[in-house]
Design a protein around this ligand. Structure first.
Ligand SMILES: Cc1ncc(COP(=O)(O)O)c(C=O)c1O
Length: 387
């Protein structure tokens, strides 16, 4: 049996919506993007959304909109996709890592304050695998030290923790609609915020700092535009927005299916001494973006190979960023500096998780994982997920 790592969920309705745009006059940022932005804001319970062409762009522009620039430090986690840290570097600021919680893989809020210096200007938590970081604690620390909070919510559209959703406590929350995300336009992203000033600035920053977007210029009598600040070319197109409109309608139904797949995996792996699982905390609803297991680091790569040989698509989310060549060479990071993130990165295997995965496929994955872990012979010494 072949079980793909990911299969998108784009429906005929999504395709029809995109074709509708292709048959219309206006392909780039216009009315359909506005419609998407309103719908996404309503779903999140946030006042504003600004559509862009990736989450990386969303992070970069959110940092700029919060005034982050050369000489500043931004606190983030090494257990994430490189985008979170790279976007800090794009602004001229320096990413400063804080190690993660062993149970969730999220930034350990208890370690943040001791890392703050006079240069620190923002905290960039990542809601790993779909579970939110402790936003109440992070907001409290940020307020005490006058820092901005930019959430990397690429995995976490549907998440909720202690009554808080992405974008509600952060100054800005950034989302990804990349090909494997919970809703997708192939490539795409958005920033949601309750701060009108940030939203207005983001709208300019996503389009070269221009005072008027093409849709505004075209629909009225011609008016000259000005360039008020240096911006980037990061705007979302009407085609991307059209693909997303109906996916927002179905987002909770699809979440339910992923939740039930995760429960099947968890029930099957819970008492397996070769595997430990990240914990979804009782106060938390995970968006269930990625399902990862932790296996013995010495056996991980061999297990990846065996799972692939048996037809199962796998990934690693994520190898700790500070150990990647660029980060080692540029900032002098070494193994041992963020031990929890390193251990997660060395032992993680991500299994297939998407609504189209059938129960039969899930059972096959469970069986193969069981066979492969049992034959590895290495029993983990931290089965409850703790260090
Ligand atoms: C945690 C995290 N942040 C940011 C990104 C970047 O998203 P995009 O590819 O839309 O730029 C990703 C993408 O996979 C991600 O996993």
């Amino acid at each position: 049996m072949k079980v793909e790592f990911y299969r998108h969920n784009i429906s005929q309705k999504d395709i029809d919506n995109a074709v509708g745009v292709l048959n219309s006059l206006f392909l780039t940022t216009g009315e359909v993007v506005n419609e998407f932005e309103d719908k996404f804001s309503r779903y999140l319970g946030c006042r504003h959304t600004v559509g862009v062409n990736s989450c990386t762009a969303a992070l970069h522009l959110s940092l700029l909109a919060c005034g982050i620039g050369p000489g500043d430090e931004v606190i983030t986690t090494p257990m994430t996709f490189i985008s979170s840290a790279n976007s800090i570097i794009y602004t001229g600021a320096t990413p400063v890592f804080v190690d993660v919680e062993p149970e969730t893989g999220n930034i350990n809020a208890d370690f943040i304050e001791s890392t703050i210096t006079s240069k620190t200007k923002a905290i960039l938590p990542v809601h790993l695998y779909g579970q939110m970081s402790d936003m109440r604690k992070i907001r409290e620390i940020a307020d005490k030290h006058h820092l901005a909070v930019i959430e990397d919510a690429a995995h976490a559209i549907e998440a909720l923790r202690n009554g808080v959703r992405p974008g509600q406590l952060g100054d800005a929350a950034c989302f990804s609609f990349y090909a494997t995300k919970n809703i997708t336009s192939g490539e795409g992203g958005a920033v949601s915020t309750n701060n009108e000033e940030i939203a207005e600035k983001l709208k300019k920053l996503r389009l070269h700092g221009m005072s008027k977007a093409a849709a505004e210029r075209y629909s009225k009598r011609y008016e000259h535009w000005d360039m008020e600040m240096l911006g980037w070319k990061y705007n979302m197109s009407n085609i991307q927005a059209a693909l997303l409109l109906d996916q927002i309608e179905n987002i909770d139904r699809n979440w339910k299916r992923r939740e039930s797949i995760c429960r099947m995996y968890e029930d099957a792996f819970m008492s397996n001494p070769h595997i430990c699982l990240p914990k979804v905390l009782p106060s938390s609803k995970s968006a269930r973006h990625l399902f990862t297991i932790q296996v013995h680091p010495a056996k991980r790569d061999e297990m990846l190979r065996q799972l692939q040989e048996k037809g199962i698509g796998v990934a690693v989310n994520f190898r700790a960023i500070h150990l990647l060549t660029f980060y080692r060479q540029t900032f002098g990071y070494q193994r041992g500096m963020y031990p929890i993130a390193e251990r997660i990165g060395d032992g993680a295997i991500t299994l297939p998780l998407y609504p189209k995965l059938s129960d039969e496929e899930v059972r096959y994955v469970i069986k193969v994982v069981k066979d492969v872990t049992t034959s590895s012979g290495n029993v983990l010494g931290y089965h409850d997920g703790r260090a």
